[in-house]
Design a protein around this ligand. Structure first.
Ligand code: FDM
Length: 198
């Protein structure tokens, strides 16, 4: 019997919205319900490209803005064969950030259009569901460690939030907005099942 393809679920949101915690909880809940599930995150800082990105985010190196944007995209593309393999094996992938972060963060910089920022990621595996964890940048700033890495300023996060709002207007993407202040794993699963297309 052919196994059912896994689902690709993406969690997006501004920094400190709780994506990492929700990803972990969602993977655990899916596994508990008998569905094979694994967590992934972008940037994946373990690869050679990911290490360049990590040094940039930690402000240990400088990279030209277009260059780092393309590196973030390359970091997703290098993981595509692994992602496809796992999805075909029936494993549901819960991904902490994806191309939407790529477009929202770079287009929040001066001189970058959303259109240009989205181009390098055209053709990536399409998520079955994108959950956006809603948290005001002011609330996010109150959470731990805000301000340690590059981009972690309230002004920049406000600009990123506005870019996410533009991205959420794309009705070809299965967006679902969730309150980042609460634990919402169960409704996540219910709506994921209800909306799942494949
Ligand atoms: N980020 C993340 C980007 O600027 N572009 C991208 O394509 C992606 C995936 O990198 F500030 C930014 C968003 C965030 C940082 O932080 C990664 P975390 O804590 O590893 O998610």
């Amino acid at each position: 019997m052919a196994c059912q393809r896994g689902a690709l679920i993406v969690l997006e949101g501004v920094d400190r919205a709780g994506k990492t915690t929700q990803c972990k909880m969602l993977v655990q809940a899916l596994q508990k319900s008998g569905r094979p599930a694994e967590a992934m995150r972008f940037p994946d800082r373990t690869t050679t490209i990911g290490q360049l990105i990590s040094a940039y985010l930690e402000k240990k190196s400088e990279l030209e803005d277009h260059t780092v944007h393309l590196l973030f995209s390359a970091n997703r593309w290098e993981l595509v064969p692994t992602m496809k393999k796992k999805l075909e094996q029936g494993i549901t992938l819960v991904v902490d950030r994806y191309a939407f972060s790529g477009a929202a963060f770079t287009s929040a910089k001066p001189g970058f259009s959303l259109e240009w920022c989205m181009k390098p990621d055209v053709g990536l595996p399409k998520p079955d569901l994108v959950m956006f964890l809603q948290l005001s940048p002011a609330e996010a700033a109150l959470r731990g460690q805000f301000g340690v890495e590059r981009y972690e300023t309230r002004v920049f996060q406000n600009a990123v939030q506005q870019k996410f709002e533009l991205l959420m207007k794309d009705s070809s993407v299965n967006w679902q907005v969730q309150d980042g202040l609460g634990c919402r794993v169960s409704p996540f699963i219910v709506s994921f099942k209800a909306r799942r297309k494949n």
